[in-house]
Ligand binder design. Structure first.
Ligand code: GAR
Length: 217
């Protein structure tokens, strides 16, 4: 039985699209049952509809600071659809600790940096200002703290001297679209286990698992 997944978005939804595409494979252990946006104008909604996935808008703005009331409506939509896992894909709204606890080990997020470095806004600008030579993206389980929680999968790219936040973001986004479906496949397929703050996995590193940057040859 495929695990039932909801993807939560606020914007363009390119990671959502990557997940929806991957989930079309017969052997994928999860199905995308619904895409929910907290913003009515999110471009990702049209992309999800075009892919034949149910979409739902639960606008967060009318709830103002009342996060719990927004989450109650969200939870009931998730319950109605017997959702087992949540994937956040550029979902720009913080959750209460209580909501996060209820989804412990069942809610994933993707962040465009090698966590725990460069949490929060402008991760690519942060990476460039720090002068790191390797950056990337991280899929992790969601905990109450923003852009933190047990790491499921990471992918890396070399940072170039002439990178801008935009060029780096574009290369990292390609990595995001590769690792998010792989991470969901792993988690939904039962290939991960939480050991406190650490996510242990049955998968191996890829054969080309070293990346040295810059390269001198
Ligand atoms: C992605 O780059 C994702 O990693 C980032 O928002 C973008 C959403 O793009 N998420 C965060 O920064 C979370 N802190 P998308 O809507 O095209 O998937």
């Amino acid at each position: 039985m495929k695990r039932r997944v909801a993807i939560l978005i606020s914007g363009r939804g390119s990671n959502m699209t990557a997940l929806v595409e991957a989930a079309k494979a017969e052997d994928f252990p999860a199905e995308i049952a619904v895409v929910i946006s907290n913003k009515p104008g999110a471009a990702g909604l049209a992309r999800a509809q075009a892919a034949g996935v149910e979409t739902l808008v639960i606008e967060s703005k009318p709830f103002g600071k009342d996060r719990a009331a927004f989450e109650a409506e969200l939870q009931s939509a998730l319950d109605d659809r017997r959702i087992e896992f949540i994937c956040l894909g550029g979902f720009m709204r913080l959750f209460t600790a209580e909501f996060v606890r209820g989804w412990h080990g069942r809610m994933l997020n993707i962040h465009p940096s090698l966590l725990p470095s460069f949490r929060g806004l402008d991760p690519h600008g942060q990476a460039l200002r720090a002068g790191v030579k390797i950056s990337g993206a991280t899929v992790h389980f969601v905990v109450a703290e923003t852009d933190a929680g047990p790491i499921v999968m990471q992918g890396a790219v070399a940072v170039r001297d002439d990178d801008t936040a935009e060029t780096l973001a574009a290369r990292v986004l390609d990595i995001e679209h590769r690792i998010y479906p792989d991470a969901l496949r792993l988690v939904a397929g039962g290939g991960t286990r939480l050991d406190g703050d650490i996510c242990k996995t049955s998968a191996n590193a890829s054969p080309d698992d070293s990346l040295i940057s810059p390269s001198v040859i």
